[in-house]
Design a protein around this ligand. Sequence first.
Ligand code: NI
Length: 183
Amino acid sequence: MKKTNNKWSQEAYIKAYRFAAERHKGQLVPGTEWSYLAHLSMVSMEIIAALNHETDMDGDLAVQVAILHDTIEDTDTTYEELLSEFGQRVADGVLALTKDKKIEKQHQMSDSLKRIARQPREIWMVKLADRITNLQPPPSYWTTEKMKKYLNQAELILDNLQSGNKLLSSRLNDKIQAYQSYI
Ligand code: NI
C-alpha cells in the first residue's frame, strides 16, 4: 500500500539488514577488504537521503530493496524466499534489479533496465543509488577499457532512469563527471 509521507521503519530496515548480513556473510566489496555490508549501507543511505526530498513514496519498500538488492544475484537467496519473508513488492523489485545470467553478458544491463522501468519508482531509485555508490575510485587492477565500459553503463542507467528521482539523478550525474578523471 502507498504511504504518503515516505515513512520507513527501523524494524523493516533491521529485518532486511539481518537477512542480508547473513546471506552476504564472508563477501567483500570487490577491490577492497571491506565487508559487503559497507556497499549495502551506502546504497540504503543514499535512499534515505533521497526520500527526504520526495513525497508519496513507500519508504519501507525503497529501504528494504536497497538492502536486499544483491541477494538474488550474489547469494543463494531465491525469489520465493524474498516473497515469503518480505512480500511481493520487495521480491519483484529485487528480481528486476537482478541480472539474468542466461542472456548474453552485453545485454544483461539493458534487459534489467527494461524490467526496472516496469517497477515502481522506489526500485528505480535503488538502481540509481547502487551506481552512485559504485562510482568510487576504481580498483587499481581495472583496465582503462573496463573503466570506460563501466562509465558507459552508468550513462545508460542515468538515461533510462533519470526521471525516477531528481536528487539521485543529479548525484549520479556528478559522479559520472568525476569518474572521467580516473580514465
Ligand atoms: Ni549493488
